[in-house]
Write a protein that binds this ligand. Structure first.
Ligand code: ADP
Ligand code: MG
Length: 238
């Protein structure tokens, strides 16, 4: 397993503490293409942020690629993130004043890779995404689908063990959304492990496995049909 969560709990403190994850048990194997689905506010992003070592959890255990992820220093967390995980976000998170190739190359800058090599590797990833001719354009000069493909190229440049995507098609129209999902499917066919958080059943249907989160818990598998479509036990837009 690349990801194993045992009884993971997470509460946001506050005047009224919010118990968001109430005992998450989850295993994800290498090579999977998984959708995590659930209503808005059900804790999907919280879960993905824990998986990405961007946030802490309170109790339970999370093991990533054989390493227990708990009480890590910020340096160690960053090191594991940079080594293991590629991130893709709904809002692309590209730097507006850097062109496509510079955006894609950025993670390598943080790894201390020299400018020429990182630009060469970034160009390769852009070519892989069919964007070689957009390499010197700024994000503002790209369509939504192109921006997300630049973001995917950036997520791949460090050669991660898995990609975590939070609503990667949330800002895209349905045709572009299908294109981006096809990119993820192609990467998965090449062996990449991909976890996609989405509230869109159309996106989930293009994944090989659907995990539902509801009321802070994973909905048991037996409510999910073999086709991967779900017997809805909770409304998706509560
Ligand atoms: P989803 O991604 O499924 O929409 P989230 O994981 O973003 O859900 O949020 C789950 C719940 O936790 C929501 O009620 C949200 O308002 C709350 N929440 C999210 N982040 C924080 C935070 N940093 N502090 C306090 N509450 C939060
Ligand atoms: Mg969210």
């Amino acid at each position: 397993m690349i990801i194993t969560l045992n009884d993971v709990n997470k509460t946001y403190p506050g005047a009224v503490p919010l118990h968001v994850l109430k005992g998450i048990n989850l295993e994800i194997d290498r090579g999977e293409l998984v959708a995590i689905m659930g209503a808005s506010g059900s804790g999907k992003s919280t879960l993905l942020n824990i998986l990405g070592i961007l946030d802490n959890y309170d109790t339970g255990t999370y093991t990533l690629n054989g390493t227990l992820i708990r009480d890590l220093s910020e340096n160690r967390a960053a090191e594991l993130r940079n080594k293991l995980i590629g991130f893709v976000f709904q809002s692309f998170n590209l730097i507006g004043y850097k062109n496509a190739v510079e955006n894609v190359a950025l993670p390598l800058y943080y790894q201390g890779v020299g400018r020429r090599q990182r630009n060469r590797l970034a160009m390769e990833q852009l070519e892989r995404m069919g964007l070689a001719d957009r390499a010197h354009h700024l994000p503002g000069e790209l369509s939504g689908g192109q921006k997300q493909r630049v973001a995917i190229a950036r997520s791949l440049i460090t050669n991660p063990a898995l990609i975590l995507a939070d609503e990667p098609t949330g800002a895209l129209d349905s045709r572009t959304s299908k294109e981006v999902m096809q990119v993820f499917r192609d990467l998965n066919a090449e062996g990449m492990t991909i976890v996609i958080v989405t509230h869109d059943p159309g996106v989930a249907a293009q994944c090989k496995r659907v995990i539902r989160i509801s009321d802070g818990l994973i909905v048991p598998d037996n409510t999910i049909t073999a086709a991967g479509s779900t017997t809805v036990t909770t409304p998706d837009n509560a």
